[in-house]
Design a binder for this molecule. Structure first.
Ligand SMILES: Cc1ncc(C[n+]2csc(CCOP(=O)(O)OP(=O)(O)O)c2C)c(N)n1
Length: 470
């Protein structure tokens, strides 16, 4: 094939293994025009090398076959969220979020709205063809009243289907956006206006001035079931009545580069600050993976107990994960967390079949004891009646964690008693010193509790020696 000189778009589109210059869009569709306008502006402004386009789910999902710049695919509706992430880590990037009306105004509305409210540095191009194109013509949030679609065969009825969504008008209530405009690609005059709006949105990105939103009214002949001319006429006659064209906001001249809150460390400062540094884990094939589950009621310190064990493992340079799960109640609901300790990277932090189970209440004992693997260990508070027999090969230790903590006058320290049991019974494979360091570190904000807990651990260990290890 003869090489075609192109800028901004690839010379050939390799979709489906075929080298072609034809796009996958239907005749008369607006996407191709909008692609070209974005390409022209990107090249003219000299930003091609730092532009990253987040391609949506919808007819324009294949944008990355055409645009010769950075391209990232996002899950349906998440383009603005993915764009936000890119924006945060690649400060010099020009981020474009390209989204259809189903993608942006239905499944992804909140993501897009929140990105607009935060004033993320990105240009959002919102292609409004009043229908779900890719999936065959279902009703979109922007479908017109009375419009017949696959899912509104008798016409959109506001009584049951709501009214058309005016995204520009809604976003115009927000403080952060710098530029908001609605344009159309239905005829040449309108395409020229669209070209200017797209260019402006990208200039704002080039100059790091903030968030720009451009809605583009775009014909979809295939799903309207008419020819290209009639689809364009529908945009002009019908859609513009509902969605008037124009610039809603242009604060470009006054936009200032926004500054972060004072006193907040930059990500660089944060990660270079030694107090946040985590020593990297070391591969040790001899260290078998140990899976632990801590269970009880919320308020019993179950989650903190799991954190202590995970932190101690971290100090020993093990790979470790801590994965909490709790009911909606602030106090008294069920709480559990999974901890994995390993000498190699961890596949999943979820622990369904623990080697070690810690139970602080009856419901969790009954719920989880059957999951412990043969050869495993369960440490169960003595208040829990063992009405369910443990599986064969599972050792159950009874620990009066709640009663001991009450006797010692610190009812909240039942989890410290359990930690002492884990240490004394040696079931975590971690050193006592590291487990204690992790316990004391958890009282960073209440240093007076360190000494108290040191005594509690001693008492608990004494009890274990006399009762469990004899
Ligand atoms: C999570 C999820 N839900 C639904 C779909 C199916 N789906 C693919 S594209 C699409 C709608 C696209 O419509 P629109 O955003 O208007 O873009 P157009 O195709 O019209 O350009 C839907 C619902 C999907 N891919 N993923």
């Amino acid at each position: 094939m003869k090489t075609i000189q192109t800028v901004g778009m690839y010379p050939v589109f390799n979709r489906s293994g075929k080298e072609t210059r034809a796009t996958h869009y239907c005749a008369g569709c607006g996407h191709g025009i909008i692609h070209k306008l974005i390409t022209e502006a990107m090249v003219d402004l000299g930003i091609q090398d730092r532009t990253i386009i987040v391609n949506p789910i919808g007819c324009s999902v294949f944008g990355y076959y055409y645009w010769d710049c950075g391209n990232v695919g996002a899950a349906h509706g998440r383009a603005s969220a993915v764009g936000t992430a890119i924006n945060r880590v690649k400060k010099d990037a020009v981020v474009i979020s390209y989204q259809g009306d189903g993608d942006l105004a239905a499944i992804g509305f909140n993501h897009t709205f929140q990105a607009a409210n935060r004033g993320e540095h990105m240009a959002v191009f919102f292609v409004n063809n009043a229908i779900y194109g890719m999936t065959g013509g279902q009703m979109a949030p922007t479908s017109l009243v009375g419009m017949k679609t696959k899912t509104s065969p008798f016409g959109r009825d506001p009584l049951t289907m709501g009214y058309p969504t005016h995204v520009c008008e809604i976003f115009n209530q927000l403080k952060a956006p710098v530029f908001i405009a609605r344009v159309s690609v239905a005829d040449t005059k309108r395409i020229m206006q669209a070209k200017a709006a797209i260019r402006k949105a990208l200039e704002i990105q080039r100059d790091k001035k903030g968030y720009a939103f451009v809605e583009l009214i775009s014909p979809c002949p295939t799903n309207l079931g008419v020819n290209a001319l009639k689809a364009a006429q529908f945009c002009i006659d019908q859609m513009e009545k509902e969605y008037p064209l124009g610039t809603f906001r242009d604060e470009t001249a006054n936009a200032e580069v926004r500054q972060p809150v004072k006193g907040k460390p930059s990500p660089k400062e944060f990660f270079e600050d030694d107090s946040h540094q985590v020593p990297p884990a070391v591969i040790d094939p001899a260290a078998k993976e140990l899976r632990l589950k801590f269970t009880g009621f919320g308020g019993q310190g179950i989650l903190s107990l799991g954190i202590c064990v995970a932190e101690a493992a971290r100090e020993e340079r093990r790979f470790t994960s801590w994965y909490p799960s709790y009911g909606p109640e602030q106090r008294g609901g069920s709480a559990q967390c999974s901890v994995v300790i390993s000498g190699s990277p961890i596949g999943s932090p979820a622990v369904d079949h623990p080697d070690v189970l810690v139970c602080m209440n009856q419901p969790s004992y009954e719920r989880y004891i059957g999951d412990v693997v043969p050869g495993g260990v369960a440490i169960v508070d003595s208040t829990v009646p063992l009405e369910v027999a443990p599986p064969e090969g599972v050792t159950v230790h009874r620990m009066p964690a709640i009663d001991l903590s009450l006797q010692l006058g610190v009812p909240k320290a039942a989890n410290t008693m359990m930690l002492a049991a884990l240490m004394k019974l040696g079931v975590t494979g971690l050193q006592r010193e590291h487990l204690l360091n992790a316990l004391y570190a958890s009282f960073k904000k209440k240093p007076e509790l360190v000494e108290k807990n040191r005594v509690l651990v001693q008492e608990a260990e004494k009890w274990i020696e006399e009762n469990l290890l004899k």
